[in-house]
Every structure is written in C-alpha cells, then in structure tokens.
Write a protein that binds this ligand. Sequence first.
Ligand SMILES: [Zn+2]
Length: 58
Amino acid sequence: MIEREILESLAIDAVCACLYYDLQDTLEETPDKELLAIINRTEPCEVCGQIAAVGVLL
Ligand SMILES: [Zn+2]
C-alpha cells in the first residue's frame, strides 16, 4: 500500500491547473481511490485537455 502522503503529493503534481485548487481544498477528504485515478488518468481533462503531468503508473 502506498503511503497516503505520497499519494497526496503525486496527485497534486498530476492534477491539471483547472482542478488544482479544488483538489487542494478537498485533498484530505479525497479517497485514495480517487487520488490514484487522478495520478493514473490517461484521458485528457475534459475542461482544459491536459493529461496527467507525471504519468506514474501505480
Ligand atoms: Zn483541466
């Protein structure tokens, strides 16, 4: 199991600019599963078209 702190930091790195502040606000209550989905997403963001910045597959 990946450390929660690492998940949070990877998700913050991976999230696109338009979701960044939302994620920061809700980071602590965002489930691990959702953080992983942000980190591992391969589809571009529906809003800005950006794909995950890190692209680390966990
Ligand atoms: Zn976006």
